[in-house]
Design a protein around this ligand. Structure first.
Ligand code: GAR
Length: 214
């Protein structure tokens, strides 16, 4: 049984998708803890209501990033995780922290990486005139929003889209893609070699929009 710890800073809809798919599909895994840097994160309350252990490590209580990272790792390691799932965790993690969890930390980012790292991905995609947008699940490396790509989902950018409409379209895909990628990890179906991730059963690592497939 693989032990999953989820890190979040807000709403937690991706966490919910992972928790629910894990239970519904009977993965050989369990979400053993949810930790946030924000005490009022809605996702924490949702997890606590379902009996999942929660913790808060408030970044504002620490003088340095290293001190915050050290406390975060201490709290996380009490749960003995096999996998860390970043689900809207909006703090930059230091290289030491990332190395400690190398090969066992996944992130979801709302763009087709390596395009649009950082914030405001949807607005920037619209402003750049992109015709496609999407979401990426990747292993975390010290460079922000970089790292071996596990899976991507693609959506069209439609005429008249604004940040809100595009982010809603992408989020719907996030909720399908992220649980799928986490399940691959906990079932041992991912291989990472030379920075390239392969799904060992040959299952598609890309979710295309229905309009492309039909
Ligand atoms: C999601 O869209 C996720 O991709 C994004 O934050 C949102 C969190 O929503 N993550 C990042 O931008 C990380 N760089 P959620 O709390 O409802 O899952």
């Amino acid at each position: 049984m693989k032990r999953i710890v989820i890190l979040l800073s807000g709403r937690g809809s991706n966490m919910q998708a992972v928790v629910e798919r894990c239970a519904a599909e009977g993965w050989p895994a369990r979400v053993v803890g949810v930790v946030s840097n924000k005490a009022d994160a809605a996702g924490l309350a949702w997890a606590a209501e379902r009996g999942i252990a929660t913790a808060v490590v408030d970044h504002k209580a620490f003088q340095t990033r290293e001190a915050f990272d050290a406390e975060l790792a201490r709290v996380i390691d009490l749960w003995g995780p096999d996998l860390l799932v970043l689900a809207g965790f909006m703090r930059i993690l230091g290289a030491g922290f990332v190395r400690h969890y190398e090969g066992r930390m996944l992130n979801v980012h709302p763009s087709l990486l390596p395009a649009f790292t950082g914030l405001h991905t949807h607005r920037r995609a619209i402003e750049a005139g992109c015709k496609l947008a999407g979401v990426t699940v990747h292993f975390v490396t010290p460079e922000l929003d970089h790292g071996p790509i596990v899976a991507q989902a693609v959506v069209p950018v439609l005429p008249g889209d604004d940040e809100e409409s595009l982010s809603a379209r992408v989020l719907e895909r996030e909720h399908l893609l992220y649980p799928r990628a986490v399940r691959w990890f906990v079932e041992g179906r991912l291989q990472l070699a030379d920075g390239i991730v392969t799904q060992l059963d040959g299952e598609s690592q890309v979710l295309w929009p229905a309009s492309v497939l039909s």
